[in-house]
Design a protein around this ligand. Structure first.
Ligand SMILES: Cc1cc2nc3c(=O)[nH]c(=O)nc-3n(C[C@H](O)[C@H](O)[C@H](O)COP(=O)(O)OP(=O)(O)OC[C@H]3O[C@@H](n4cnc5c(N)ncnc54)[C@H](O)[C@@H]3O)c2cc1C
Length: 326
């Protein structure tokens, strides 16, 4: 079994054990969040030995050359000597401008946009919590249109960071965020392509930003947004999306609930992904965006591909979260 050396101590890796799991099993503290190779908060550097290709594939070539890799995605095939820290993504200090409840359990957090923070709506940042580490949140604001950064944060029962945002964070507080990450954003090179956007819950955050970015860029193709939640209380930004629909002929908004027995006026019955794929059966030439619940995102990605969308035209962010059992 390969061995892992860190800070002068050597540990035996378990069968098919990732570097992250080996470190946490030995109570070695390392920033981590999603545990699935998405948030990039668990970057470490190999000073001896070769990290697996899977643990480096989403990193920049310059990082790969330096031996940087994602601890959660690396199940070593040979002994590794690693160095912790100092390789994390660039961070920015920012202040809380406002906190506003958009629904019973979704908080809109607006932050001061640092002067050299360049991003595309729909990308995400890592929000640093002083004790819990980092969590990813998607950017609902549009660079060049909104002066602030906007995040929509859903309260997760017993969730450390979401409950901190909902219950403790206050206007004027200083917090740390990472540089923008990910590539789920509007593509201005395809102004006539139809866009199909499907969200559950706070998956609306990146899609709301992407839609406003597209409309701001005078996108000419049809834009269809399907947003669902289990119950009506999870449908937020309803008035704002209706307002966009009234203003832009090429934008359609289809909000729905999947578990309420009585369907409230203005909403449809069913999951956003089911409704979207029933109403859009052939997706050749579409740009497809999928955000929110991981199961919905992964299943719909396959279905969208089978309906004719090319893989490079399917943009997605599954909101994976770290669970000791995943
Ligand atoms: C790319 C990306 C973008 C994201 N964007 C957003 C966003 O815009 N808005 C947003 O609200 N969240 C978003 N998330 C999810 C977010 O990063 C956190 O996972 C979430 O806020 C929970 O963090 P927490 O610290 O409150 O909970 P934790 O303290 O991490 O978890 C507490 C407990 O709840 C469980 N848990 C955590 N999340 C869930 C869940 N969704 N369903 C069921 N159980 C759960 C955990 O396994 C754990 O047992 C995104 C995730 C990714 C990967």
């Amino acid at each position: 079994m390969p061995q892992l050396t860190v800070d002068g101590k050597t540990y035996a890796l378990g069968d098919k054990e990732s570097v992250l799991n080996c470190l946490t099993r030995h109570n070695i503290s390392i920033p981590h969040s999603c545990g699935s190779g998405i948030c990039q908060s668990c970057v470490v550097r190999a000073v001896e030995g070769k990290p697996t290709p899977a643990s480096q594939k989403s990193l920049k070539p310059s990082q790969r050359e330096r031996g940087v890799f994602l601890a959660c995605s690396c199940v070593p095939e040979e002994d590794l000597h690693i160095q912790l820290g100092d390789e994390a993504s660039r961070t920015f200090s920012t202040t809380v401008l406002s906190l506003k409840k958009l629904s019973q359990d979704v908080m809109r957090l607006r932050l001061n946009c640092p002067s050299d923070f360049k991003y595309r709506a729909g990308q995400y940042i890592n929000l640093h919590h002083p004790v819990a580490g980092t969590r990813c949140y998607s950017l609902a604001s549009v660079h060049g249109l909104d002066p602030h950064l906007e995040l929509h944060i859903k309260l997760v029962p017993q969730g450390l960071v979401s409950s901190w945002v909902h219950n403790e964070l206050a206007v004027g507080n200083t917090i740390t965020i990472s540089e923008p990450l990910g590539d789920c954003h509007y593509n201005p090179d395809k102004p006539d392509a139809p866009m199909l956007l499907i969200a559950t819950g706070c998956g609306l955050a990146p899609l709301y930003g992407i839609i406003r970015d597209a409309l701001h860029n005078q996108h000419r193709g049809e834009i269809s947004l399907y947003h669902s939640s289990r119950s009506k209380t999870g449908i937020y930004l309803y008035q704002d999306c209706e307002g966009l629909q009234a203003k832009h002929e090429n934008f359609r908004y289809i909000p729905s609930v999947s578990e309420d027995e009585k369907i409230p006026d203005g909403l449809h019955a069913g999951r956003s992904s089911d409704l979207a794929l029933q109403q859009h059966r052939a997706l050749k030439d579409y740009q497809v965006y999928l955000c929110g619940e991981p199961e919905m995102v992964n299943t719909t990605k396959r279905k969208a591909f089978l309906a004719g969308a090319s893989m490079s035209a399917i943009h997605s962010d599954p909101f994976v979260y770290f669970s000791p059992t995943n």
